[in-house]
Design a protein around this ligand. Sequence first.
Ligand code: SF4
Length: 390
Amino acid sequence: MYVITYSLRKDEPNSENFYNTVAVFTDEVLIEAGGLLADITEDYYAFLAEGKEELPAKEELPAKEEVILELLMLGILWRVYSGDAMKLGEASGRMLTSLSEIRQDAGRFKPGVDFLKGIMSTLFLSPDLYDNMLAADPDTNHFNMLLLWLEATGEFKQEVKRLRKWQKFLESIPHAKAVDTLESIFALTLWFEVRTNEVLGTFTPNVDRYLNEIRPERYWHEDVIFCGRRRLEYHLNMVGAEIMNRTYRKAFLNKKRKIILLPACMRILPAGKCRAKAVGGAYQCSECSVECSVGRVTKLGKKYGVEVIIVPHESSISNSGNDLIFEEDTGVIGVACVLNLISGGWMLKERGIPAQCVLLDYCGCKNHWHDEGLPTDINLNQLIRIMSGK
Ligand code: SF4
């Protein structure tokens, strides 16, 4: 099978080996990070407890595992993007951030906004420098510049919200201690990079090839940053999905109504031929083909009393008018490409919805990864384990 960037199956018929591997490895990550960052985690809890009113209404104090995930995310985004962030002027950054905000509600003007965003992102966010990954020195001022860069991309909204809290935390402690804190986080990041290359690298065999050979075709496109994610970010999302599944599992299982959100790229037939019915801003499958992964999941969902909804794009999930998804007492199983998992889970949490993730076994959508679009698929055993709570 042609692997664009990642494959959870490798040469095997399914991704069982991946799910076993990532579960064992996540235990190792939590032990390593729990030891290295114990003091930071404790100080952060104390900081949050003091200013609890700053937490969004539906959020409680994050679980320890979630704090570790945020610290890993901080270290990895710093490692990958802080070098580029040092080169972004404030005016260009603010302009790009405004453009990303306009894009959200651009309606019929979206193609024009995307065109402009593609040009500006390629020019000002320096994607051609990724290979060097020259991280900036640990410093709270550099942290500000990284946040400006991340905001300017429009790709890291949930991550930035969490990093803003860490920024406030670092500003609340003496400068020397803040630098020490960042250095400890970077030590964990380096360990994570080495270990994930050893343990999870086998599932991301073509990311570097894609970045070097195919990704330049995405220059000047709106998704130039999204398609340029590094291997380290794939690995972060793999471990992050496992951490989120553990952290939100109980809350998810306690919900009365459960739904599965499937990406449109799983359909075997293209939009004009697929017989899914439009419902609100989403679609419901009519099971027209036994060969279609969406049809198979829909059948399975009926067996377990779980609704199945096809969403055209991740952004359509966050649409506040999407009443199908944001009903009271709902838990969501989100199926997505590896790169969308953490932000999707946090976005749902922000809306008071506990999410469980199932990764697409590989990416292939026409929007970003493949000219004709490869129908994508998931591990049904993993879906059953999540639906049945086993
Ligand atoms: S099985 Fe469902 S999702 Fe697949 S092509 Fe038919 S209607 Fe569309």
